[in-house]
Design a binder for this molecule. Structure first.
Ligand code: IRN
Ligand code: FE2
Length: 627
């Protein structure tokens, strides 16, 4: 019997209070689909009227995509010991192709259940896992290819329609520059049928395990809004279950579309159960980490059997996507020998060690079709791992990285043959001028399966600021067609991220993803920018804060120098003071034009020029006459 350390006791676990605060001037709205249980959450930000000196008009509320889940809904009762309400149970049951199992199938799970020393950590002893009925495939890809539009697909279509959902956007707010889409094909209106087609084509995935009915469906594909992932998870050196649940609720509050539990420390199984039951976003894992724990950290001792048991354990818990490093082939490993930073992927290095020790081909590659069989029985999506990604700009786009990418392309086709959903993981460290080549090669090799990249970091010289070195690369690759961006926090290369790092990483990636949506010309993406800019110009300070990605920080920065309420309508801030505010002066130019009954500023300027020109002419003629 293993002893459980004090800090893991979770009996009295409570939800993090900061994560459940409603956003300022915002309310949660739900948009109904064709059946009453399709209720798509959005956040509606209410705006003040434009001040009379600027025209005095009403400003429509702005609706934004909302990843914060029931946590920010004041009407929801949250008890993290009980988990979240089910969103999808009825949809899964209506399809009538799953059944309950009496017990968990994995040996590890059953042993774990018998260990009474773990009782204080347990989340819920009574949940029974679901599995596809014999011979059935329950993946969203399988349904899509049969022409079935699932409730998940309809939910996503409503959720993705940023232009229609942004409330009755006035013409000014809807003004948008045409984007340069690099081959993407985003329609004006996202229909459920469009969602189905993209999934059927393999160009998008809906990670949604049948054992994760709490999930609010979302889609990853380059003809949809760019998504971001936040990593959480403990390590041997720290963090409790409650801290990890807190990082989940905190990360999704700020915009994480999916969360990966990368735990490698103690009680991985129990930690994950708490995370999944309290998660409304898809959860991804790297199962090889837990498999390695099961063989006491000795990579050579890993076997297909231990790995397989781990996959089933996690699939029955409800993990929505698995990172599988099946592209690390034996013949690629020597190609990393001359690299500056060798193999930097944890999963990749574990598999490379196994391959060399046994001088055998990677068992994830040789057993790939069996993994597909497991995935389709629960609808777990693949995230094919980039075990040979470059860990420095010097190693970017080298033969090891591209060799692996070609193998991932081959595996994509095998997954598709089984109707299993798949996305492809990418680097890493890549300087800006080499990013486009990487994206183009991924689309070519993997036949447009969604790309999911870690950054990339565009330079290696700024540890402590790698959310920024990588945010630059993330924005670029998102623009070029990457579907999901895996965040990097300021702690990257230095330590385990804490709650503050999680927020900084998420906000950085949210702005990178949004910048990419703008550049791609995603319909309606610019509505929020235009509304914020209008608020800024009209000195509606509160609206400017509330429309921002991080209202708390925006407000606190402003209030650090001008905390008084009266400053919230002042026509300046402490950056330039009252006399040098360009926007104030700009308004004065407009006012001048209005006073002089001139409709347009450009006419005012022209008229002024003409007057001056006439003056000069007069003077000139006088001069002439004098001579
Ligand atoms: C994303 C793209 N490439 C890598 N990632 C993520 O990096 C992956 O999904 C996982 O969350 C994390 C660590 O993966 P490795 O180091 O085991 O490859
Ligand atoms: Fe790195």
């Amino acid at each position: 019997m293993s002893a459980v350390p004090e800090d893991f006791l979770s009996k009295n676990a409570k939800v993090d209070q900061a994560s459940i605060q409603p956003f300022p001037n915002s309310k949660k709205v739900y948009l109904a689909g064709s059946r009453p249980d399709i209720q798509v959450p959005m956040r509606e930000i209410t705006l003040a009227d434009t001040p009379t000196e600027f025209g005095g008009e009403k400003n429509d509320p702005v609706r934004v995509y909302d990843t914060s889940g029931p946590y920010t809904d004041p009407a929801a009762t949250i008890d993290i010991r009980k988990g979240l309400p089910d969103v999808r149970t009825a949809w899964i049951e209506d399809r009538n192709d799953t059944e309950f199992l009496d017990d968990f199938s994995s040996e590890f799970c059953r042993e774990r259940k018998a260990d009474t020393a773990l009782d204080s950590l347990r989340f819920d002893l009574t949940r029974r896992p679901r599995k596809a009925k014999f011979g059935k495939n329950v993946s969203q890809l399988h349904y899509a290819r049969q022409g079935i539009i699932t409730p998940e697909m309809e939910y996503i279509a409503i959720r993705e329609n940023s232009k229609l959902q942004a409330a009755k956007a006035t013409e000014l707010l809807a003004q948008q520059h045409p984007g340069q889409s690099f081959g993407a094909n985003i329609p004006e209106e996202i229909t459920p049928e469009f969602v189905r087609e993209e999934v059927a084509r393999g160009r998008a995935i809906i990670p949604a395990n049948i054992n994760h009915p709490e999930v609010e469906p979302m889609i990853i594909g380059r003809n949809f809004l760019v998504k971001i992932n936040g990593n959480i998870g403990n390590s041997a050196l720290g963090s409790s279950i409650e801290e990890e649940v807190e990082k989940l609720t905190w990360g999704t509050r700020w915009g994480a579309d999916t969360v990966m539990d990368l735990s490698t420390g103690k009680n991985i199984h129990e930690t994950r159960e708490w995370i999944i039951r309290n998660s409304h976003v898809p959860i991804g894992t790297v199962p090889i980490y837990q498999a390695l724990e099961k063989v006491n950290g000795v990579a050579e001792d890993l076997t297909w059997e231990v790995f397989r048991d781990t996959l089933i354990e996690q699939a029955e818990q409800g993990v929505d996507y698995f990172t599988i490093h099946a592209g690390v082939l034996l013949r690629y490993v020597p190609m990393t020998a001359k690299r500056v930073t060798g193999i930097v992927s944890r999963g990749g290095s574990i598999m490379a060690k196994w391959c060399l020790a046994h001088h055998k081909e990677n068992f994830l590659y040789t057993h790939f079709e069996e993994i597909c069989e497991i995935c389709k029985a629960y609808d777990v999506s693949f995230s094919l791992g980039d075990g040979l990604r470059p860990g420095s700009v010097a190693d970017a786009n080298d033969e090891a990285q591209f060799g692996e990418l070609e193998t991932l392309g081959e595996l994509t086709k095998i997954a598709w043959k089984h109707d299993v959903q798949v996305m492809i993981e990418g680097p890493g460290h890549v300087p800006m001028h080499m990013i486009k080549e990487n994206m183009d090669k991924q689309l070519r090799e993997c036949d447009e399966a969604p790309f999911y990249t870690l950054g990339p970091l565009t330079t290696d010289i700024a540890p402590g600021y790698d959310h920024i070195t990588s945010g630059i690369g993330a924005a670029m690759i998102g623009w070029f067609g990457c579907a999901m961006l895996c965040y990097v926090t300021p702690k990257e290369h230095l330590g385990l991220p804490d709650k503050d790092d999680v927020k900084t990483g998420i906000i950085t990636y949210k702005l990178a993803a949004h910048a990419a949506d703008l550049a791609k010309g995603h319909p309606g993406a610019q509505i929020r920018d235009n509304a914020l800019s209008k608020a800024r110009f009209e000195f509606r300070w509160e609206d400017q804060f509330n429309l921002s990605l991080d209202p708390d920080t925006a407000k606190s920065f402003h209030d650090a120098t001008l905390p008084k309420e009266s400053a919230k309508v002042a026509h300046f801030c402490s950056m330039c003071g009252p006399k040098f505010c360009s926007m104030k002066i700009s308004q004065e130019v407009r006012d001048y034009a209005a006073e002089n009954k001139i409709q347009m500023v450009d006419i005012a300027v022209e008229q002024g020029m003409e007057e001056k020109a006439e003056e000069f002419k007069q003077q000139g003629s006088q001069l002439y006459h004098k001579v």
